[in-house]
Design a protein around this ligand. Structure first.
Ligand SMILES: Nc1nc2c(ncn2[C@@H]2O[C@H](COP(=O)(O)OP(=O)(O)OP(=O)(O)O)[C@@H](O)[C@H]2O)c(=O)[nH]1
Ligand SMILES: [Mg+2]
Length: 411
């Protein structure tokens, strides 16, 4: 076919797109959503498929999609590994088009924005967010102060991970091939978009303003426990992005908590009439124990499945050696640098002791072991032991929202 000069003036065709919609009890909303998506399809002559990932709602969702009768829309009923993020990941894996877009079913996200999002991707951006918080974006007016604050604080906590203004959004689009950039995905909680930005290491993210409408039909599934999962999710993403620095930060936070525990126990014991020497000793013992528990639970949680007694002995030994180094360095500093106040010398000692302590714990007491990617059933390796590079885009060991699922090989 010979192209005429006027062809050049025609806007380039939009790429094909799979719209993945996680749903749970949204039967009332699905026909409205499909109607609006159909309008976008026909209006823009878009090659668009819809993959609705339904966690076995049994509320007529399947019938609603069948009644709509669109060959480009399918509903997949999931009965295992339920949850919003696992559904989205499964849906992304089932998508067949060149680009993928994820959106909620409750009509909070305007499907009419999908073409704009695709154009941004075609222009070279890696990840497009349908955003409430950029110029031109908005939320319904009746968002209470608590909901607004909650969303803003959550966004602020993600700031070191991405500069996007609305990284919590459940409305986003990307090239399907780029899913391979993630060594593995760990679908904790609701923030699958943030997970993708961090794990795919996207640095070219753009936000398209949307008006976020409150759901009118159906019920919210966003519970307090989902919000707590967000904190857990953030911790993992920080570790993914910042590696040992993230462990060091957590180690220091735990260390600071140990100071409070130490002083608290000391004060309490004295209040109850304990001997000073005993109170000081108790403060030290309890704070070392609380530091151990917290570091094992959070800072070095990848080694949680290993022998706790060996780790406790290692931790105490590291603390003793670290304390000795602290003392020695402080004394050396006072001798070598007599002009500095003793407090400065003590701080130098504290820093030296802490660095030793951290390195000993990170690389000896709570060291990571690497096992082969294929973990035989019944072995005690965790997901963290599986070399990520050997895993598919979704590491099966990372599926599920709870820790039991994370240590799936143990079950
Ligand atoms: N497959 C699946 N979808 C879910 C699950 N929980 C929520 N969803 C869907 O995920 C989307 C977002 O959930 P919502 O309940 O709207 O959460 P939200 O948008 O943060 O809160 P509200 O809009 O205020 O209710 C909706 O399309 C839900 O139907 C789940 O466990 N599995
Ligand atoms: Mg919603």
């Amino acid at each position: 076919m010979v192209s005429s000069p006027s062809d050049a003036l025609v806007a380039p065709a939009l790429p094909s797109v799979s719209v993945v919609v996680p749903t749970f009890r949204e039967a009332e909303n699905l026909p409205h959503l499909l109607r609006r998506l159909d309008a976008v399809r026909t209006d823009k002559d878009l090659d668009l498929e819809v993959v609705i990932m339904d966690d076995d709602s049994k509320d007529g969702s399947v019938e609603a999609v069948a009644a709509f009768g669109a060959p480009w829309a399918k509903i997949v009923v999931r009965t295992e590994n339920r949850g919003l993020s696992p559904s989205v990941i499964d849906g992304l894996n089932m998508a067949t088009k060149d680009y993928v877009c994820v959106m909620d079913a409750d009509l909070s996200h305007p499907p009419e924005k999908i073409p704009e999002m695709l154009i941004a991707l075609m222009a070279g951006f890696q990840f497009v967010i349908g955003s409430r918080y950029v110029d031109g974006g908005s939320t319904d007016d009746d968002w209470g102060i608590f909901r607004w604050l909650n969303s803003r604080i959550a966004t602020l906590l993600a700031y070191p991970l991405t500069r996007a203004k609305d990284p919590m959004a459940g409305f986003f689009a990307m090239r399907r091939a780029d899913l391979q950039r993630a060594p593995y995905l760990n679908p904790v909680g609701y923030k699958i978009g943030l997970e993708l930005i961090v794990k795919c290491r996207f640095d070219n993210v753009v936000e398209v303003p949307i008006h976020f409408s409150d759901r009118e039909l159906g019920e919210s599934k966003l519970t307090l426990s989902e919000q707590l999962k967000y904190i857990k999710h953030l911790r993992r993403l920080y570790t993914f992005k910042f590696g040992t620095w993230s462990h060091l930060l957590q180690f220091m936070v735990v260390g600071a908590s140990g100071v409070i525990v130490n002083l608290g126990v000391l004060t309490l014991m004295l209040m109850f009439g304990a001997d000073e020497a005993v109170a000081v000793a108790a403060g030290i013992v309890v704070s070392v124990l609380s530091n151990f528990v917290l570091n094992r639970r959070f800072t070095f949680d990848y080694a949680r499945h290993k022998n706790v007694y060996k780790q406790l002995v290692g931790f105490v030994l590291a603390s003793i050696v670290g304390g000795s180094i602290q003392w020695l360095v402080t004394m050396a500093a006072t001798q070598q640098l007599p002009q500095i106040p003793i407090q400065i010398a003590a701080l130098i000692g504290i820093a030296a002791g802490m660095v030793f302590n951290f390195l000993a714990n990170r690389f000896v007491v709570f060291r990571k072991t690497h096992v082969k990617a294929k973990v035989a059933p019944g072995t005690a390796a965790t997901a963290h032991d599986v070399a990520p590079a050997l895993s598919p885009a979704v590491d099966p060991a990372h599926r599920g929202d709870n820790d039991a699922a994370r240590t799936g090989a143990k079950a």
